[in-house]
Design a protein around this ligand. Sequence first.
Ligand SMILES: [Zn+2]
Length: 248
Amino acid sequence: MGYQRSPREASEVSKADLESKLRSEIISFGKKMVKLGLVFGSEGNISVKLPGKGYLITPSMVDYEEMKEEDIVLVDEEGNVLSGYRKPSIETPIHLAVYKARKDVNAVIHSHPTFSTVVAILGLKIPPIVEEMIPFLGGELVTSEYGIPGSEELANNVVKALGNKNAVFIANHGLLACGSSLKDALRNTMLAERIARVFVLSSLLGKPRELPEDSIGFQLDLFRRLHKMKERSHVYPENRLKVYESKF
Ligand SMILES: [Zn+2]
């Protein structure tokens, strides 16, 4: 029989494993954002919760194409750098404010997709016009009040406008979406952008019609149930940590 790791040692190894995996996932999601036309170069920012440690966030001014795992910065809930030699994204206060307000959120993506930015510049809100925007995003999508990039005021405005939903337009700037995982946050980003595109185009041809009230009620109920499930289960990444632990 070889050396057996104690449960504590196994947990430390699995935590290091999870951190490295999440760092690499952030980079691959950054590259996906560029490929999908959601941002250019180093624009936007991505963060993920690292259970028991803090938050991993993309650095300022590093192209996703050139980003390495060690470029990702680990910060605590106040934004203090715990590890990393890069400067964390200027929008770190928004990410941290979202995590503080929303226990169901494990990943946050901020991007600059064209149609969401159009809506954000006009300061519009999009009423429930297609079913899927209700169970996945929470219904009506609104634009936050304006704030200077990187300011606490902007962070507060974004969190206030986001409420319990999964996407919000940032005034004169772009989009923020969150989710229970990076995959979920990217799906919500793409869904919000598609809805913004559909809304802008249909507005050019006429007045977009809202969904009937009974349909909205039904879908909202679904959203609330999904939301509660995520809050209760902490599906990600805590459960992934358990999976990692079981391997040792
Ligand atoms: Zn931005």
